[in-house]
Design a protein around this ligand. Structure first.
Ligand code: FES
Length: 172
């Protein structure tokens, strides 16, 4: 009969296969922690706690250091995010051009709110952001990395419906 501790270790290794690949890519160098975290977040779409603990152990650094970096940069997320990120700018120029209506539409359509910004099906996460440097096009949203300027609720609704439809087709 095999040793249970070895079984547990190999399960963990399998579970963190992708993380190990990332660690290898960055030579397991703790000085490259930010780049490693970025690559892990790209893989998981957020930074799961067990993965952060595993990173700390693998890099031989205290967990507090890893969590310190993660919580310092707003870009890193400890919460699972949807497949598609919807960023609606609510900076001054966008706000006076009714970005609130865009926020309301997305929240209504996806059944989400500020407390729970990710849709139940894990397809979408809404982020309300400050100026993204395209004020001349206000109101502006970035949906799945595509920028939409002078955006109205009707157009945004159509964009979301199209994405949901395309996703359903992909799944069938
Ligand atoms: S305020 Fe929205 S892009 Fe500048």
């Amino acid at each position: 009969m095999g040793c249970a501790c070895i079984d547990a270790r190999s399960t963990q290794t399998r579970q963190f296969l992708k993380v190990n690949e990332i660690l290898q890519r960055f030579d397991r160098n703790p000085r490259r922690l930010i780049a490693i975290l970025q690559a892990v977040q790209d893989e998981y779409r957020y930074l799961p706690e067990p993965v952060l603990n595993y990173l700390a152990t693998s890099l031989g650094i205290p967990r507090a250091r890893v969590y310190g970096v993660v919580t310092f940069y707003a870009h890193f997320s400890l919460q699972p995010k949807g497949k598609y990120i919807i960023r609606i700018c609510d900076g001054t120029a966008c706000h006076v051009n009714n970005s609130q209506a865009l926020l309301d539409l997305v929240r209504d359509k996806l059944g989400i709110d500020e407390e729970k910004p990710t849709s139940e099906d894990m397809l979408f996460t809404l982020e309300r952001v400050s100026c993204i440097g395209a004020c001349g096009l206000a109101p502006v949203a970035v949906v799945a990395d595509r920028v939409y300027g002078q955006l109205g609720v009707q157009k945004l609704g159509e964009v979301l419906e199209e994405m949901v439809r395309a996703e359903k087709e992909r799944r069938t």
